[in-house]
Design a binder for this molecule. Structure first.
Ligand SMILES: [Zn+2]
Length: 409
């Protein structure tokens, strides 16, 4: 367990925040600091074919130790952290034998991690928690995943009696800004399927995610001196308001859960002359997803028909799709992960992701890729924490999947 704690901390103290405004890969130079360290570490533990390309994508191989043919499987994590909250100068706190009470993250600033607010904490009574000091995020998303994959590979190398096929490992930059899969060379990776170790609480196993699109709604008005505006001025902000109010009021993130989709108005920039609305559209169901996009276009057409000229211009771009379509035909890859968890006494929590993962993009690039828990909670903020026992279990799940894949093929 100490091995995992030390390894995890050696990663989270390196700042790897990504930056959506940058067009380079990786989006920030500091991601190289951890990437280069990971390459050295993979070599040190005895991984083969350790490579890092010009975009900082890392790949490595653990060769098969059996004589029969076994499918090649992969394990993938990302080493960047979200730009939503600072990841610089992470100062982790280790809470041993957690007593189920409030954890004071920062005495000076009165920042407390409390089970009153985060009741998930209570399932980890008696365990060892790693938290922040309340001023940064922790980076368990997804340095816990990296810790688990490397620790599992080290374990398999040191225990050749555990039989497994060829295993590929992949670490990517820029997942948090939606680009983790963009420059991932699926062919070079050469796995039949893979798992991202990027889920949250222990037991999570996910192979369904949203279909996702972004919509930019440009509303064009007409500015005229307010004193002489009668019959001439068109105030784009009023038209935009009409548009907003015409979408279903309860189909928003704050009113939906599980398989319910939504329209999310993420920003408004308005003047009389022009107002720009940014929406994201999400739905697990492909048909409902298409219908949502149509609803936006139809609404714009309807409003446009009330004016002599086009006042609303809609631009919709698909962002990613539900991986279910690509995973269902190869459902055994989910079954193996579920079986691995059960054999280790972990209750599988199979549920749809209300978001996307690198795995959804990779699945559409030809690498079916469900997502497995990495163990952390409260990602992307100061209350992020990870139970060490969950990281140990995730490490065991990786080893067990490798073992079962060799056994069943
Ligand atoms: Zn992540």
């Amino acid at each position: 367990m100490q091995n995992i704690i030390d390894r995890f901390i050696s990663y989270i103290i390196i700042d790897t925040e990504s930056d959506p405004k940058s067009s380079t890969t990786p989006s920030t130079l500091k991601q190289w600091d951890l990437a280069n360290k990971l390459v050295e570490e993979l070599k040190t533990i005895g991984m083969q074919d350790v490579t890092i390309d010009e975009n900082a994508y890392i790949m490595a191989t653990l060769p098969s130790n059996v004589n029969h043919d076994v499918p090649t499987i992969g394990f993938i994590s990302h080493f960047d952290t979200t730009p939503d909250f600072t990841g610089a100068n992470v100062n982790p706190q280790i809470i041993k034998n957690y007593n189920g009470k409030d954890i004071i993250l920062n005495e000076e600033e009165g920042i407390i991690l409390s089970p009153d607010l985060f009741d998930d904490l209570l399932q980890y009574k008696g365990q060892t928690l790693i938290t922040t000091d309340g001023t940064t995020l922790l980076g368990a998303d997804d340095k816990a995943g990296i810790t688990e994959i490397i620790t599992a590979m080290e374990y398999l190398i040191n225990h050749p009696e555990i039989k497994h096929g060829k295993i590929r490992v992949g670490f990517t930059p820029d997942e948090e800004i939606g680009r983790g899969a963009h420059k991932f060379d699926v062919e070079k990776f050469g796995a039949d399927w893979a798992y991202t170790m990027d889920g949250s609480q222990i037991g999570e196993l996910e192979y369904e995610n949203f279909n996702a699109a972004g919509a930019v709604i440009k509303v064009k008005g007409k500015i005229v001196h307010p004193g002489y505006a009668k019959g001439k001025m068109i105030n784009s902000m009023y038209i935009a308001t009409e548009f907003i109010n015409s979408l279903p009021e309860l189909e928003t993130p704050e009113h939906t859960e599980n398989y319910q989709g939504f329209f999310h108005l993420s920003s408004i920039e308005g003047k009389v002359e022009e107002t720009i609305l940014q929406y994201i559209i999400r739905d697990h169901d492909k048909k409902h997803f298409e219908a949502r996009k149509e609803m936006i276009q139809n609404l714009a057409d309807e409003i446009n028909s009330q004016y002599e000229r086009e006042v609303i211009v809609v631009e919709i771009k698909d962002q990613y799709y539900n991986m279910k379509e690509k995973v269902e035909p190869v459902m055994h890859i989910v079954d193996i992960a579920e079986e691995a968890m059960k054999q280790l006494g972990i209750k599988p929590l199979i549920k749809p992701i209300r978001g996307g993962t690198d795995g959804s993009q990779l699945s559409y690039m030809g690498l079916p890729c469900p997502n497995i828990f990495a163990g952390g909670h409260n990602f992307h903020g100061r209350y992020e924490y990870v139970p060490v026992e969950s990281m140990v279990k995730a490490t065991q799940v990786i080893c067990k999947i490798a073992e079962l894949t060799a056994l069943k093929n």
